[in-house]
Design a protein around this ligand. Sequence first.
Ligand code: ZN
Length: 292
Amino acid sequence: MANYTYRYYGNDFDSRIDYQDLTMRIYDYVMTLMLRVWLRQENPPPGKDQFQAIDSDGKTAAAVKWGDDEWEQFKKEFKRQAYAAWNNAFVLIPPANFDGFIDPKGERRNVICFLEIQLVDAGSPSVHTVDVVRLADPKASLRPNAGLPKTPGQFSSNDLKPNRIEGPYRQPIQYRKVNGKIRVSGGDSRDGLYTWEQHPLPHEVGHMLGLQHSNGNAAACKRDENSAPCYGVLGSDSINIMGRGDALDVRDAEPWRKRIVQHTPPTCLKDWRADFVSNEARLRGLWSLRSK
Ligand SMILES: [Zn+2]
C-alpha cells in the first residue's frame, strides 16, 4: 500500500498531512499548508509622532505609532480573516492508483485543505516579511502588497476592513443543478460597473500561497499585473478572492493541489482533482457583489 509523506519542507511554506478528528469522532485526512509570516511594525522615526507611509503605487498616507493592543488585534484579525476565507473550503480527490488515504474501515477518503499561519519575528528565505503601518486616518488606504520571497510587502491597519472596488460584471453567474451537482455558468452578457467588496488580507495571503490574480492570464495583465483586467472582466473572475471579491473557485485550491504531489510520490499534478468540501464553501463570499 502506498503511503503518504507526513511532512514536506518547501521553499515557500511547509506542509503536513494528519489523520485527525475534525468533527466529533469523524476523522479526516487533512493537509495543512504552514505559512510563515513576519509582520513587522513600521513606526515613526525616534522623536516623531507621524510619518508618511508610501505604497507601491507611490501613494502616501500619514502613519502613527502602533499601540500594543492594536498590534495584538491586528495580528489576531489577520489570522482570523485568512482562516475564515481559506480553511475547510477544498478537498483533494486522490487518483485511483494511489491508496494512501484509506481509513481504518477500508474506505477511500479525500484530503481536506487547511492553512496555518505561523507568525514569526525574524526573516529567512522561507518567511514572508511584511511591514505594517498604522494609518492615522481610519478612512485612508494604501495598496496592500504581499511582497516577494526576498522583498518585504506592506499592509496597513485599515486593511482589516473590507474594500469597496468598482469593476465589471459581465456574464452574471448562474447556479444550475446538472446531474445532481450544482454547476456555475454565465448567462446573458449585461455589462456595467458594479461595486464589489473584498477583505484585502485573505487576498494577499492567496498571493503568499502562490496564486496570481483571477484573470492573471489576460494579455493586459501580463503587461501590468495590477491593471484592472487582472481582477476580472467576467463577473465570475471579479467576485473571486483573487479578483475584487471574497468568493472561492476550485482553481483557488491550486496551492494545495500542487503541494499534495510532493506528499504522494509517484503521483503527478494531473492525477489530482480538487472540489469544494461543502455548499457552505461554494457559497462563501458570494455576497461580495454589492450593487450596481
Ligand atoms: Zn493582488
